[in-house]
Design a protein around this ligand. Structure first.
Ligand code: SDX
Length: 431
Protein backbone atom coordinates (compact mmCIF):
# COMPACT_ATOMS: atom_id res chain seq x y z
CA UNK A 1 0.00 0.00 0.00
CA UNK A 2 1.31 3.46 -0.92
CA UNK A 3 2.33 5.72 1.99
CA UNK A 4 0.06 8.69 2.70
CA UNK A 5 1.89 12.03 2.78
CA UNK A 6 -1.11 14.35 2.78
CA UNK A 7 -4.74 14.36 3.90
CA UNK A 8 -8.17 15.81 3.18
CA UNK A 9 -10.22 17.53 5.88
CA UNK A 10 -13.94 16.88 5.91
CA UNK A 11 -16.32 18.66 8.24
CA UNK A 12 -19.74 17.06 8.74
CA UNK A 13 -21.89 18.91 11.25
CA UNK A 14 -19.86 19.30 14.44
CA UNK A 15 -17.37 16.61 13.37
CA UNK A 16 -14.13 17.25 11.44
CA UNK A 17 -12.19 14.24 10.16
CA UNK A 18 -8.77 13.99 8.55
CA UNK A 19 -8.80 11.52 5.66
CA UNK A 20 -5.43 10.23 4.39
CA UNK A 21 -4.68 10.81 0.69
CA UNK A 22 -2.68 8.22 -1.28
CA UNK A 23 -0.75 9.15 -4.42
CA UNK A 24 -0.64 6.28 -6.97
CA UNK A 25 2.07 5.49 -9.52
CA UNK A 26 -0.30 6.97 -12.14
CA UNK A 27 -3.79 8.37 -12.02
CA UNK A 28 -5.68 10.61 -9.59
CA UNK A 29 -4.97 10.81 -5.87
CA UNK A 30 -7.19 8.60 -3.70
CA UNK A 31 -8.90 9.72 -0.47
CA UNK A 32 -9.02 6.91 2.09
CA UNK A 33 -12.55 6.93 3.55
CA UNK A 34 -12.30 3.62 5.42
CA UNK A 35 -12.73 5.37 8.80
CA UNK A 36 -15.34 7.88 7.60
CA UNK A 37 -18.39 6.07 9.01
CA UNK A 38 -16.73 5.27 12.39
CA UNK A 39 -15.39 8.83 12.76
CA UNK A 40 -18.13 10.94 11.16
CA UNK A 41 -21.16 8.61 11.12
CA UNK A 42 -21.81 9.13 7.39
CA UNK A 43 -21.57 7.03 4.20
CA UNK A 44 -20.39 8.20 0.77
CA UNK A 45 -22.86 7.84 -2.12
CA UNK A 46 -21.53 6.68 -5.50
CA UNK A 47 -23.94 4.48 -7.57
CA UNK A 48 -21.95 2.85 -10.39
CA UNK A 49 -18.73 3.68 -8.55
CA UNK A 50 -17.84 6.52 -10.92
CA UNK A 51 -15.56 8.14 -8.29
CA UNK A 52 -14.61 5.09 -6.23
CA UNK A 53 -11.39 3.07 -6.11
CA UNK A 54 -12.46 -0.39 -4.92
CA UNK A 55 -8.95 -1.73 -4.33
CA UNK A 56 -5.30 -1.04 -4.92
CA UNK A 57 -3.77 -2.99 -7.81
CA UNK A 58 -0.53 -3.31 -9.76
CA UNK A 59 -1.88 -5.15 -12.80
CA UNK A 60 -3.53 -2.79 -15.30
CA UNK A 61 -3.74 0.98 -15.61
CA UNK A 62 -6.08 3.04 -17.79
CA UNK A 63 -5.82 6.77 -18.42
CA UNK A 64 -9.22 7.52 -19.96
CA UNK A 65 -8.37 11.09 -20.91
CA UNK A 66 -5.16 10.15 -22.68
CA UNK A 67 -6.43 6.85 -24.11
CA UNK A 68 -3.70 4.85 -22.35
CA UNK A 69 -3.93 1.17 -21.35
CA UNK A 70 -0.96 -0.66 -19.80
CA UNK A 71 -0.52 -4.15 -18.37
CA UNK A 72 2.19 -4.25 -15.68
CA UNK A 73 3.49 -1.02 -17.27
CA UNK A 74 3.61 -2.23 -20.88
CA UNK A 75 1.43 -0.32 -23.39
CA UNK A 76 -1.32 -2.36 -25.07
CA UNK A 77 -0.21 -1.21 -28.54
CA UNK A 78 3.28 -2.65 -28.00
CA UNK A 79 1.94 -5.88 -26.52
CA UNK A 80 -0.51 -6.33 -29.42
CA UNK A 81 2.27 -5.78 -31.94
CA UNK A 82 5.25 -7.50 -30.32
CA UNK A 83 3.88 -10.04 -27.82
CA UNK A 84 1.30 -12.81 -27.97
CA UNK A 85 -1.57 -13.89 -25.75
CA UNK A 86 0.11 -16.55 -23.61
CA UNK A 87 3.07 -14.26 -22.96
CA UNK A 88 0.59 -11.54 -21.91
CA UNK A 89 -1.08 -14.14 -19.67
CA UNK A 90 2.27 -14.81 -17.96
CA UNK A 91 2.84 -11.04 -17.60
CA UNK A 92 -0.60 -10.47 -16.05
CA UNK A 93 -0.33 -13.47 -13.73
CA UNK A 94 3.25 -13.07 -12.52
CA UNK A 95 4.08 -9.38 -13.09
CA UNK A 96 7.06 -9.63 -15.45
CA UNK A 97 7.69 -10.67 -19.06
CA UNK A 98 8.89 -14.30 -19.04
CA UNK A 99 12.38 -15.47 -19.91
CA UNK A 100 12.52 -17.82 -22.91
CA UNK A 101 12.62 -20.80 -20.52
CA UNK A 102 9.76 -19.49 -18.40
CA UNK A 103 7.66 -18.88 -21.51
CA UNK A 104 8.32 -22.38 -22.85
CA UNK A 105 7.40 -23.96 -19.52
CA UNK A 106 4.24 -21.84 -19.20
CA UNK A 107 3.09 -22.61 -22.73
CA UNK A 108 3.71 -26.33 -22.18
CA UNK A 109 1.70 -26.18 -18.93
CA UNK A 110 -1.27 -24.52 -20.63
CA UNK A 111 -1.05 -26.74 -23.71
CA UNK A 112 -1.17 -29.89 -21.59
CA UNK A 113 -4.29 -28.88 -19.65
CA UNK A 114 -6.62 -28.00 -22.53
CA UNK A 115 -8.74 -31.17 -22.33
CA UNK A 116 -11.93 -31.27 -20.24
CA UNK A 117 -12.95 -34.05 -17.84
CA UNK A 118 -14.71 -36.49 -20.21
CA UNK A 119 -17.83 -36.62 -18.04
CA UNK A 120 -18.40 -32.90 -18.67
CA UNK A 121 -19.55 -33.84 -22.17
CA UNK A 122 -22.74 -35.14 -20.51
CA UNK A 123 -23.17 -31.72 -18.89
CA UNK A 124 -23.10 -30.05 -22.30
CA UNK A 125 -25.72 -32.47 -23.59
CA UNK A 126 -28.19 -31.27 -20.96
CA UNK A 127 -28.63 -27.94 -22.78
CA UNK A 128 -31.15 -27.27 -25.57
CA UNK A 129 -29.41 -27.04 -28.91
CA UNK A 130 -30.52 -23.43 -29.28
CA UNK A 131 -28.95 -22.38 -25.95
CA UNK A 132 -26.85 -19.21 -26.20
CA UNK A 133 -23.15 -20.21 -25.91
CA UNK A 134 -22.80 -17.76 -23.00
CA UNK A 135 -25.49 -19.69 -21.09
CA UNK A 136 -23.48 -22.84 -21.71
CA UNK A 137 -20.22 -21.21 -20.60
CA UNK A 138 -21.69 -19.85 -17.38
CA UNK A 139 -23.05 -23.30 -16.57
CA UNK A 140 -20.03 -25.36 -17.56
CA UNK A 141 -17.47 -23.09 -15.86
CA UNK A 142 -19.54 -23.09 -12.67
CA UNK A 143 -19.78 -26.88 -12.94
CA UNK A 144 -15.97 -27.12 -13.02
CA UNK A 145 -16.28 -26.72 -9.22
CA UNK A 146 -17.89 -30.17 -9.30
CA UNK A 147 -15.28 -31.81 -11.51
CA UNK A 148 -12.04 -30.27 -10.24
CA UNK A 149 -12.40 -30.49 -6.44
CA UNK A 150 -8.61 -30.72 -6.05
CA UNK A 151 -8.19 -27.06 -7.06
CA UNK A 152 -10.94 -25.31 -5.14
CA UNK A 153 -9.19 -24.53 -1.82
CA UNK A 154 -8.44 -20.81 -2.13
CA UNK A 155 -6.17 -20.94 0.94
CA UNK A 156 -3.74 -23.28 -0.83
CA UNK A 157 -1.45 -21.35 -3.21
CA UNK A 158 -0.71 -24.51 -5.20
CA UNK A 159 -4.42 -25.21 -5.73
CA UNK A 160 -4.96 -21.58 -6.77
CA UNK A 161 -2.19 -21.95 -9.35
CA UNK A 162 -3.65 -25.23 -10.65
CA UNK A 163 -7.11 -23.65 -10.94
CA UNK A 164 -5.62 -20.65 -12.77
CA UNK A 165 -3.87 -22.81 -15.36
CA UNK A 166 -6.91 -25.06 -15.76
CA UNK A 167 -9.18 -22.08 -16.43
CA UNK A 168 -6.83 -20.40 -18.92
CA UNK A 169 -6.15 -23.72 -20.68
CA UNK A 170 -9.73 -25.01 -20.79
CA UNK A 171 -11.72 -21.88 -21.69
CA UNK A 172 -11.01 -22.21 -25.44
CA UNK A 173 -12.11 -25.86 -25.28
CA UNK A 174 -15.30 -24.93 -23.41
CA UNK A 175 -16.09 -22.00 -25.74
CA UNK A 176 -15.47 -24.13 -28.85
CA UNK A 177 -17.59 -26.97 -27.46
CA UNK A 178 -20.40 -24.53 -26.63
CA UNK A 179 -20.30 -23.43 -30.27
CA UNK A 180 -20.12 -26.95 -31.72
CA UNK A 181 -22.99 -28.09 -29.49
CA UNK A 182 -25.29 -25.27 -30.63
CA UNK A 183 -24.66 -26.03 -34.32
CA UNK A 184 -25.09 -29.77 -33.86
CA UNK A 185 -21.56 -30.71 -34.84
CA UNK A 186 -19.31 -33.15 -32.92
CA UNK A 187 -16.85 -31.77 -30.40
CA UNK A 188 -13.30 -31.36 -31.68
CA UNK A 189 -10.63 -32.19 -29.13
CA UNK A 190 -7.66 -29.86 -28.58
CA UNK A 191 -4.29 -30.68 -30.15
CA UNK A 192 -0.96 -30.23 -28.33
CA UNK A 193 0.91 -29.45 -31.54
CA UNK A 194 -1.05 -26.21 -32.10
CA UNK A 195 -0.61 -22.81 -30.48
CA UNK A 196 -3.39 -21.41 -28.30
CA UNK A 197 -5.23 -19.39 -30.96
CA UNK A 198 -4.79 -22.03 -33.70
CA UNK A 199 -6.12 -24.71 -31.36
CA UNK A 200 -9.23 -22.61 -30.69
CA UNK A 201 -9.88 -21.98 -34.38
CA UNK A 202 -9.48 -25.68 -35.16
CA UNK A 203 -11.78 -26.74 -32.30
CA UNK A 204 -14.40 -24.33 -33.67
CA UNK A 205 -14.15 -24.95 -37.39
CA UNK A 206 -12.71 -28.45 -37.97
CA UNK A 207 -15.05 -31.34 -38.80
CA UNK A 208 -14.21 -35.08 -38.72
CA UNK A 209 -15.01 -35.35 -42.43
CA UNK A 210 -11.93 -33.46 -43.59
CA UNK A 211 -8.58 -32.05 -42.49
CA UNK A 212 -8.55 -28.49 -41.20
CA UNK A 213 -5.51 -26.32 -41.85
CA UNK A 214 -5.27 -23.21 -39.67
CA UNK A 215 -4.65 -20.01 -41.63
CA UNK A 216 -1.69 -18.34 -39.86
CA UNK A 217 -3.12 -14.90 -40.65
CA UNK A 218 -6.38 -15.77 -38.92
CA UNK A 219 -4.66 -17.34 -35.91
CA UNK A 220 -2.49 -14.21 -35.53
CA UNK A 221 -5.61 -12.04 -35.71
CA UNK A 222 -7.37 -14.33 -33.20
CA UNK A 223 -4.39 -14.18 -30.84
CA UNK A 224 -4.33 -10.37 -31.08
CA UNK A 225 -8.06 -10.21 -30.26
CA UNK A 226 -7.37 -12.35 -27.16
CA UNK A 227 -4.56 -9.96 -26.13
CA UNK A 228 -6.73 -6.86 -26.59
CA UNK A 229 -9.40 -8.31 -24.29
CA UNK A 230 -7.13 -9.79 -21.61
CA UNK A 231 -7.68 -7.35 -18.72
CA UNK A 232 -9.11 -3.91 -18.10
CA UNK A 233 -8.80 -2.67 -14.48
CA UNK A 234 -11.90 -2.87 -12.26
CA UNK A 235 -14.59 -3.17 -14.97
CA UNK A 236 -17.99 -4.61 -14.09
CA UNK A 237 -17.13 -8.28 -14.62
CA UNK A 238 -13.75 -8.04 -12.87
CA UNK A 239 -15.42 -6.28 -9.94
CA UNK A 240 -17.96 -9.12 -9.92
CA UNK A 241 -15.17 -11.69 -9.70
CA UNK A 242 -13.50 -9.75 -6.88
CA UNK A 243 -16.76 -9.38 -4.95
CA UNK A 244 -17.60 -13.09 -5.36
CA UNK A 245 -14.08 -14.04 -4.30
CA UNK A 246 -14.25 -11.81 -1.20
CA UNK A 247 -16.77 -14.25 0.31
CA UNK A 248 -14.29 -17.12 -0.15
CA UNK A 249 -16.10 -18.68 -3.13
CA UNK A 250 -14.06 -21.15 -5.20
CA UNK A 251 -12.30 -19.92 -8.38
CA UNK A 252 -14.65 -21.63 -10.82
CA UNK A 253 -17.73 -20.10 -9.14
CA UNK A 254 -16.06 -16.66 -9.22
CA UNK A 255 -15.17 -16.88 -12.90
CA UNK A 256 -18.69 -18.13 -13.72
CA UNK A 257 -20.00 -14.99 -11.98
CA UNK A 258 -17.66 -12.86 -14.12
CA UNK A 259 -18.93 -14.55 -17.29
CA UNK A 260 -22.52 -13.87 -16.25
CA UNK A 261 -21.78 -10.16 -15.73
CA UNK A 262 -19.80 -9.84 -18.96
CA UNK A 263 -22.82 -11.14 -20.92
CA UNK A 264 -24.71 -7.84 -20.53
CA UNK A 265 -24.97 -5.67 -23.70
CA UNK A 266 -23.61 -2.65 -21.79
CA UNK A 267 -20.42 -4.65 -21.16
CA UNK A 268 -19.04 -7.66 -23.01
CA UNK A 269 -22.30 -8.31 -24.82
CA UNK A 270 -21.77 -5.07 -26.75
CA UNK A 271 -19.74 -6.77 -29.49
CA UNK A 272 -22.70 -8.97 -30.42
CA UNK A 273 -25.12 -6.04 -30.01
CA UNK A 274 -22.85 -3.81 -32.12
CA UNK A 275 -22.72 -6.14 -35.10
CA UNK A 276 -26.47 -6.69 -34.90
CA UNK A 277 -26.89 -2.90 -34.87
CA UNK A 278 -24.60 -2.47 -37.91
CA UNK A 279 -26.62 -5.12 -39.74
CA UNK A 280 -29.86 -3.36 -38.78
CA UNK A 281 -28.49 -0.08 -40.16
CA UNK A 282 -27.57 -2.05 -43.27
CA UNK A 283 -26.52 0.80 -45.56
CA UNK A 284 -24.71 4.12 -45.00
CA UNK A 285 -27.78 6.17 -45.99
CA UNK A 286 -29.59 4.95 -42.84
CA UNK A 287 -26.83 6.12 -40.46
CA UNK A 288 -28.31 9.60 -39.76
CA UNK A 289 -31.54 7.93 -38.57
CA UNK A 290 -29.67 5.83 -36.01
CA UNK A 291 -27.45 8.69 -34.85
CA UNK A 292 -30.60 10.75 -34.27
CA UNK A 293 -32.08 7.91 -32.19
CA UNK A 294 -28.86 7.61 -30.14
CA UNK A 295 -29.07 11.34 -29.35
CA UNK A 296 -32.79 11.27 -28.48
CA UNK A 297 -33.17 11.29 -24.68
CA UNK A 298 -36.59 9.68 -25.07
CA UNK A 299 -35.18 6.78 -27.07
CA UNK A 300 -33.33 4.12 -25.02
CA UNK A 301 -31.30 3.22 -28.14
CA UNK A 302 -27.56 3.75 -27.83
CA UNK A 303 -24.85 3.25 -30.42
CA UNK A 304 -23.41 -0.13 -29.45
CA UNK A 305 -19.62 -0.11 -29.47
CA UNK A 306 -19.55 3.59 -28.61
CA UNK A 307 -18.76 5.25 -25.30
CA UNK A 308 -16.98 4.03 -22.23
CA UNK A 309 -17.07 4.63 -18.49
CA UNK A 310 -13.36 5.41 -18.38
CA UNK A 311 -12.16 6.28 -21.88
CA UNK A 312 -13.09 9.87 -22.72
CA UNK A 313 -10.65 9.64 -25.60
CA UNK A 314 -10.10 6.85 -28.10
CA UNK A 315 -10.00 3.33 -26.63
CA UNK A 316 -6.45 2.26 -27.63
CA UNK A 317 -7.74 -1.26 -28.20
CA UNK A 318 -10.23 0.01 -30.79
CA UNK A 319 -7.37 1.63 -32.71
CA UNK A 320 -5.50 -1.69 -32.94
CA UNK A 321 -8.73 -3.58 -33.66
CA UNK A 322 -9.55 -1.24 -36.56
CA UNK A 323 -6.11 -1.83 -38.11
CA UNK A 324 -6.59 -5.57 -37.68
CA UNK A 325 -10.05 -5.41 -39.27
CA UNK A 326 -8.60 -3.73 -42.35
CA UNK A 327 -5.80 -6.33 -42.60
CA UNK A 328 -7.96 -9.42 -41.99
CA UNK A 329 -10.78 -8.39 -44.30
CA UNK A 330 -8.32 -7.50 -47.07
CA UNK A 331 -6.55 -10.83 -46.67
CA UNK A 332 -9.87 -12.64 -46.67
CA UNK A 333 -10.84 -10.73 -49.78
CA UNK A 334 -13.88 -9.19 -48.04
CA UNK A 335 -12.49 -5.67 -47.52
CA UNK A 336 -15.46 -4.36 -49.44
CA UNK A 337 -17.60 -5.89 -46.67
CA UNK A 338 -20.74 -3.70 -46.51
CA UNK A 339 -20.84 -3.98 -42.70
CA UNK A 340 -17.27 -2.64 -42.48
CA UNK A 341 -18.24 0.22 -44.78
CA UNK A 342 -21.24 1.04 -42.56
CA UNK A 343 -18.99 0.88 -39.46
CA UNK A 344 -16.41 3.25 -40.93
CA UNK A 345 -19.06 5.71 -42.13
CA UNK A 346 -20.90 5.51 -38.79
CA UNK A 347 -17.69 6.23 -36.90
CA UNK A 348 -16.95 9.17 -39.22
CA UNK A 349 -20.43 10.71 -38.90
CA UNK A 350 -20.71 10.12 -35.13
CA UNK A 351 -17.31 11.64 -34.38
CA UNK A 352 -18.26 14.67 -36.49
CA UNK A 353 -21.47 15.15 -34.48
CA UNK A 354 -21.28 17.64 -31.55
CA UNK A 355 -23.34 15.32 -29.30
CA UNK A 356 -20.67 12.59 -29.37
CA UNK A 357 -17.82 15.09 -29.25
CA UNK A 358 -19.26 16.90 -26.21
CA UNK A 359 -19.97 13.66 -24.37
CA UNK A 360 -16.56 12.28 -25.42
CA UNK A 361 -18.09 9.16 -26.94
CA UNK A 362 -15.60 7.25 -29.08
CA UNK A 363 -15.62 3.72 -30.56
CA UNK A 364 -14.57 1.21 -27.91
CA UNK A 365 -13.01 -2.25 -28.13
CA UNK A 366 -16.33 -3.76 -29.17
CA UNK A 367 -16.89 -1.57 -32.21
CA UNK A 368 -14.61 -3.37 -34.64
CA UNK A 369 -14.07 -6.75 -32.98
CA UNK A 370 -17.38 -8.14 -34.19
CA UNK A 371 -16.54 -7.27 -37.81
CA UNK A 372 -13.34 -9.29 -37.64
CA UNK A 373 -14.98 -12.20 -35.84
CA UNK A 374 -17.81 -12.36 -38.35
CA UNK A 375 -15.30 -12.28 -41.24
CA UNK A 376 -13.49 -15.18 -39.56
CA UNK A 377 -16.70 -17.22 -39.64
CA UNK A 378 -18.05 -16.82 -36.09
CA UNK A 379 -21.77 -16.23 -35.51
CA UNK A 380 -22.60 -13.15 -33.39
CA UNK A 381 -23.56 -15.46 -30.50
CA UNK A 382 -19.87 -16.44 -30.21
CA UNK A 383 -18.53 -12.91 -29.89
CA UNK A 384 -19.04 -12.57 -26.13
CA UNK A 385 -17.83 -16.12 -25.39
CA UNK A 386 -14.58 -15.15 -27.14
CA UNK A 387 -14.40 -12.01 -24.98
CA UNK A 388 -14.96 -14.19 -21.87
CA UNK A 389 -12.28 -16.65 -23.02
CA UNK A 390 -9.75 -13.83 -23.40
CA UNK A 391 -10.73 -12.02 -20.19
CA UNK A 392 -10.35 -15.12 -18.02
CA UNK A 393 -6.66 -14.36 -17.44
CA UNK A 394 -7.53 -10.85 -16.30
CA UNK A 395 -10.20 -12.11 -13.92
CA UNK A 396 -7.82 -14.76 -12.55
CA UNK A 397 -4.94 -12.27 -12.13
CA UNK A 398 -7.18 -9.84 -10.24
CA UNK A 399 -8.64 -12.71 -8.20
CA UNK A 400 -5.14 -13.88 -7.19
CA UNK A 401 -4.06 -10.31 -6.38
CA UNK A 402 -7.06 -9.83 -4.11
CA UNK A 403 -6.46 -13.13 -2.27
CA UNK A 404 -2.91 -11.97 -1.53
CA UNK A 405 -4.11 -8.58 -0.25
CA UNK A 406 -3.64 -8.41 3.55
CA UNK A 407 -6.50 -5.91 3.65
CA UNK A 408 -8.95 -8.39 2.09
CA UNK A 409 -12.43 -8.09 3.61
CA UNK A 410 -15.75 -9.39 2.35
CA UNK A 411 -17.18 -6.74 0.03
CA UNK A 412 -20.29 -5.31 1.64
CA UNK A 413 -21.42 -1.84 0.39
CA UNK A 414 -24.08 0.12 2.35
CA UNK A 415 -26.94 2.19 0.89
CA UNK A 416 -28.91 5.41 0.96
CA UNK A 417 -32.18 4.03 2.37
CA UNK A 418 -35.21 5.92 1.07
CA UNK A 419 -37.89 3.39 2.02
CA UNK A 420 -40.60 3.40 4.73
CA UNK A 421 -39.72 4.11 8.35
CA UNK A 422 -40.59 1.44 10.97
CA UNK A 423 -44.38 0.80 11.01
CA UNK A 424 -46.71 -1.78 12.72
CA UNK A 425 -48.01 -4.87 10.89
CA UNK A 426 -51.64 -4.53 9.68
CA UNK A 427 -53.78 -7.69 9.92
CA UNK A 428 -55.37 -8.72 6.63
CA UNK A 429 -58.91 -8.08 7.95
CA UNK A 430 -57.95 -4.45 8.58
CA UNK A 431 -56.42 -3.69 5.13
C1 SDX B 1 -16.84 -2.80 -22.39
O1 SDX B 1 -15.51 -0.91 -18.05
C2 SDX B 1 -14.75 -1.51 -18.94
O2 SDX B 1 -13.55 -1.44 -18.92
C3 SDX B 1 -15.53 -2.33 -19.95
C4 SDX B 1 -14.71 -2.88 -21.12
C5 SDX B 1 -13.73 -3.93 -20.66
O3 SDX B 1 -12.76 -4.17 -21.39
O4 SDX B 1 -14.01 -4.59 -19.63
O5 SDX B 1 -14.00 -1.83 -21.76
C6 SDX B 1 -15.60 -3.56 -22.15
O6 SDX B 1 -17.82 -3.07 -21.73
C7 SDX B 1 -16.84 -1.64 -23.36
C8 SDX B 1 -18.22 -0.91 -23.39
C9 SDX B 1 -19.16 -1.72 -24.29
N1 SDX B 1 -20.54 -1.18 -24.20
C10 SDX B 1 -21.11 -0.57 -25.26
O7 SDX B 1 -20.52 -0.30 -26.32
C11 SDX B 1 -22.58 -0.23 -25.03
C12 SDX B 1 -22.86 1.22 -25.50
N2 SDX B 1 -22.17 2.11 -24.53
C13 SDX B 1 -22.97 2.68 -23.47
O8 SDX B 1 -23.95 1.81 -22.93
C14 SDX B 1 -22.11 3.41 -22.43
O9 SDX B 1 -21.26 4.22 -23.12
C15 SDX B 1 -21.31 2.60 -21.42
C16 SDX B 1 -22.15 1.64 -20.67
C17 SDX B 1 -20.19 1.87 -22.09
C18 SDX B 1 -20.69 3.60 -20.45
O10 SDX B 1 -21.73 4.11 -19.73
P1 SDX B 1 -21.49 5.28 -18.65
O11 SDX B 1 -20.10 5.60 -18.37
O12 SDX B 1 -22.32 4.90 -17.50
O13 SDX B 1 -21.96 6.49 -19.43
P2 SDX B 1 -23.33 7.18 -19.21
O14 SDX B 1 -24.39 6.16 -19.32
O15 SDX B 1 -23.25 7.98 -17.96
O16 SDX B 1 -23.37 8.14 -20.49
C19 SDX B 1 -22.90 9.46 -20.40
C20 SDX B 1 -23.77 10.19 -21.42
C21 SDX B 1 -25.27 9.92 -21.24
O17 SDX B 1 -25.96 11.05 -21.70
P3 SDX B 1 -26.46 12.14 -20.55
O18 SDX B 1 -27.29 11.36 -19.54
O19 SDX B 1 -25.21 12.74 -19.97
O20 SDX B 1 -27.30 13.12 -21.34
O21 SDX B 1 -23.45 9.74 -22.75
C22 SDX B 1 -24.58 9.10 -23.32
C23 SDX B 1 -25.55 8.79 -22.19
O22 SDX B 1 -26.87 8.80 -22.68
N3 SDX B 1 -24.09 7.89 -23.95
C24 SDX B 1 -24.45 7.46 -25.17
C25 SDX B 1 -23.71 6.29 -25.38
N4 SDX B 1 -22.95 6.01 -24.30
C26 SDX B 1 -23.20 7.01 -23.42
N5 SDX B 1 -25.31 7.96 -26.08
C27 SDX B 1 -25.45 7.28 -27.22
N6 SDX B 1 -24.76 6.14 -27.51
C28 SDX B 1 -23.90 5.62 -26.62
N7 SDX B 1 -23.25 4.51 -26.89
Amino acid sequence: MAESTKSATLTVGDKTVELPIFTPTSGPDVIDIRKLYSQAGVFTYDPGFTSTASCDSTITFIDGDEGILTHRGYAIGELAEKSHYLEVCFLLLYGELPSPKQLEEFEDLVTNHTMLHEQMMNFFRGFRRDAHPMAVMVGVVGAMSAFYHDSTDINDPHQRDVASIRLIAKMPTIAAMAYKYTIGQPFVYPRNDLDYASNFLRMCFAVPAEDYVVDPILSRAMDRIFTLHADHEQNASTSTVRLASSSGANPFACIAAGIACLWGPAHGGANQACLEMLKEIGTPDRIPEFIARAKDKNDPFRLMGFGHRVYKNRDPRATVMKQSADEVLELLGVDNNPILQVAKELEKQALADPYFAEKKLFPNVDFYSGIILEAMGFPTSMFTPIFALARTVGWISQWEEQLNDPQLKIGRPRQLYQGEDVRPYVDIENR
